[in-house]
Design a protein around this ligand. Structure first.
Ligand code: FDA
Length: 391
């Protein structure tokens, strides 16, 4: 049977990085993946420019049943170290906003750098993984192209998001098979959907973007919100989707930094003949302002005729908009999978299963999920480095 010192399952961000960190003279490392190309998610990430890290990386930017778990790996592999690799490979980059670093050119440059870095490791694509077992002395990986014996396995097959791109629940199956616990999985960083009655109001607004602030279950984000044909999207919605649970309502501030009722009262005092729609148009995108006035029966009104109580209602509709999503767009469009391999069963320094020496889980399959903005790749690099360097 073919022998290897280390077999990495999954040639995504974490798997490729782990291979690079594990490379040492004379060590036989295999990276296996069923896909035709490695790291397909890197290719499409960040709108094709890969938001490869975030300078503000800290454990509080991650969701997990154990928020402290990620701290060890994250502190030992910092964003600056990844930036040095990027620069060493001659890849031009820029900071977009809030510490988010993107390539100036194509995301595939990052994959190229990762492949160059894993010198000596062998990448085997289009290889179906059939079974992983332990025969008492070591692991046996059964693939459609033969069996491989090894003393170390790193599972880096990611989460369930975007099945169309080859995502599977394979990592969770292996974890369960070896007795590790799984924190329930669900789609994260994902657009939210509305029931038909709310959609009827929102559909005409599809394409309108507005800055919004949402606080929910401990998460607080201020960023762009986008109305879609199915509900709401945009960075602020993707962020809060990771904190939202089915059945919960959200309160959205569509004009953060403005006390809309107070602004309308001030405008009423100065220009009472103005319509509420024109007044709101100074605070919100015109289409949204018009739609809210129509919804509240103020399409043809004058500001001067509106009592304080009415302007307070308009203010509340904008500063404290109550919505009740019916669900999310699910794994079909989710950027990440929340939950996963329970960190209680993993060693934080090496990502090895506590009760199965030689078996590690890294990247998205672990119950560590970052905010939007490069944090998930930073977790992939950091967890992969920790597992790759482990003796
Ligand atoms: P990843 O999914 O990258 O890799 C898993 C690999 O395992 C794949 O190659 C897959 O083919 C393989 N595999 C799965 N099941 C298998 C099986 N049964 N047999 C064999 N192989 C199998 N994050 C970020 O920080 N910045 C960003 O800009 C973006 N942008 C972004 C855009 C979009 C559209 C998505 C969907 C996601 C992002 N992300 C992101 C998230 C980021 O892509 C994600 O967190 C990492 O890719 C996770 O890396 P992993 O290596 O763990 O899994």
């Amino acid at each position: 049977m073919e022998q290897a010192d280390l077999v990495i399952l999954g040639a995504g961000a974490a798997g490729l990085f782990c291979a690079g960190s594990a490379c040492r003279q004379g060590r036989r490392i295999l990276v296996l993946d069923h896909a035709r190309n490695p790291a397909e998610k890197i290719r499409i990430s960040g709108g094709g420019r890969c938001n490869f890290t975030n300078l503000a990386t800290a454990p509080d930017r991650f969701l997990s049943q154990n928020p402290r778990f990620a701290a060890s790996a994250l502190s030992r592999y910092r964003p600056e170290q990844f930036v040095r690799l990027i620069e060493g490979a001659g890849i031009a980059w820029h900071e977009k906003t809030q510490g988010q670093l993107f390539c100036d050119g194509k995301a595939t440059q990052v994959t190229g750098m990762l492949l160059d870095r894993m010198k000596g490791a062998e990448l085997r694509l289009e290889t179906a993984l059939c079974r992983v077992s332990h025969d008492g002395t070591g692991f046996v990986i059964e693939t459609d192209k033969g069996h491989i014996a090894t003393s170390r396995v790193v599972v880096a097959t990611g989460g369930k998001s975007i099945p169309k791109m080859g995502a599977t629940g394979f990592a969770y199956d292996i974890a369960r098979q070896f007795g590790l616990r799984i924190v329930d999985t669900r789609a994260g960083l994902v657009p939210l959907t509305f029931a038909e009655q709310d959609l009827a109001r929102c559909r005409p607004l599809a394409g309108v973007a507005v800055e919004a602030e949402i606080r929910h279950n401990g998460g607080r984000f201020r960023d762009a919100l986008l109305f879609t044909h199915r509900g709401l999207s945009g960075p602020v919605i993707l962020q809060i989707s990771s904190y939202w649970q089915p059945g919960e309502s959200l309160e959205i501030d569509l004009a953060p930094g403005h006390d809309v009722a107070a602004d309308l009262k001030a405008m009423r005092a100065q220009a009472g003949r103005m319509t509420p729609g024109s007044a709101l148009g100074r605070i919100l995108p015109a289409r949204l302002a018009t739609a809210i006035c129509a919804e509240m029966g103020l399409a043809d009104a004058r500001l001067a005729d509106q009592p304080n109580a009415r302007l307070d209602q308009v203010g509340a509709r904008i500063n404290r908009w109550q919505v009740r999503p019916v669900g999310t767009e699910g794994y079909r469009t989710a950027e990440v999978t929340m939950g996963g391999v329970d960190t209680r069963d993993l060693d934080a320094r090496t990502l090895q299963a506590r009760r199965v020496p030689g078996l590690s889980f890294i990247g998205e399959c672990v119950d560590v999920t970052g905010w939007l903005g490069g944090y998930n790749f930073q977790w992939a690099w950091a967890s992969a480095d920790a597992a790759g360097r482990a003796p």
